[in-house]
Design a protein around this ligand. Structure first.
Ligand code: ADP
Ligand code: MG
Length: 251
């Protein structure tokens, strides 16, 4: 794969759970270094599209490639970070928050194991990005569901993946948490040359740094820079609370 080839591509993709078609004739390409938001009303197929491009589901029609090959053939797992919308709760684990984040580094192999300083830095940075630095020694099972999801976001960030796929991550509610999270995604894209595909209803914190917004409702309704959405009456940054309302109008 050369740098110009898409990290992810879907062409003519359709998918149904049983008889109910959820996605129809999807065309989408994401290129290296892009920061792309995927938005759409509840039930519009966002999580399904992510599961397809990760190889967790197979389409009934169309072609999907991840890093230039079939998604379920990806061997180098460290290239990909994925935080599902509702990660299973970690109630039976004795691992600490820091242990969970450190596990993200294992997939990077022996190169990292020889650099404990770099490892600590990566773990610190990731915990700070999700505002969990002060909870690092607590057991993961003692955290709330939302905090556990943040630990899983940190695990994915620490691994420094080429492609980070986030399904409605809740990185924290206050402005400082939003800023930290935004900085960590920007670091991945701008400093590391990584690619981010973010499903979210809360684009206020990242609206000004997104390369593209893709609006999904069974098929792709809009795909372009955030500024172009303004022409259709949506202002992601200033009135991000308008977005879900506007999306319900998309027919
Ligand atoms: P979104 O993430 O945009 O909210 P989803 O991809 O989760 O949408 O769901 C799209 C549609 O598919 C919804 O109507 C949902 O009820 C349905 N759906 C999702 N997962 C399943 C499943 N495992 N089996 C059957 N239907 C499903
Ligand atoms: Mg979803």
């Amino acid at each position: 794969m050369t740098a110009r080839e898409p990290v992810v591509s879907l062409h003519g993709v359709s998918f149904a759970y049983g008889a109910a078609e959820v996605l129809s004739d999807i065309d989408l390409e994401v290129r290296p270094g892009e920061f792309v938001a995927l938005v759409g009303p509840n039930g519009s197929g966002k999580s399904t599209l992510l599961r397809l491009l990760l190889g967790l589901l197979r389409p009934q029609a169309g072609e999907i490639e991840l890093f230039g090959g079939p998604p379920d053939a990806l061997r180098s797992r460290h290239r990909l970070g994925y935080v599902p919308q509702r990660p299973g709760l970690a109630n039976d684990l004795t691992a600490s928050v820091a242990d969970v984040v450190a596990a993200g580094l294992l997939s990077r192999g022996r190169w990292w194991a020889r650099r404990p300083g770099r490892q600590h830095q990566a773990i610190d940075r990731a915990l700070t990005a999700v505002s969990l630095a002060d909870r690092r020694h607590e057991r993961i099972r003692d955290l709330s569901g939302g905090q556990q999801q943040r630990a899983f976001i940190a695990r994915a960030l620490a691994a420094d993946p080429e492609l980070l796929v986030l399904d409605e991550p809740v990185a924290g509610v206050d402005a400082e948490s939003q800023r930290q999270f935004r900085e960590s995604l920007l670091h991945l894209v701008r400093e590391r040359g990584g690619t981010v595909l973010l499903v979210s209803h809360e684009l206020g914190a990242v609206a000004d740094v997104l390369d593209r917004v893709v609006v999904l409702k069974r098929t792709v309704r809009f795909d372009g820079p955030p500024a172009e959405l303004s022409g259709t009456g949506v202002h992601l940054g200033v009135h991000d609370s308008d977005l879900p309302f506007w999306l319900e109008q998309v027919e």
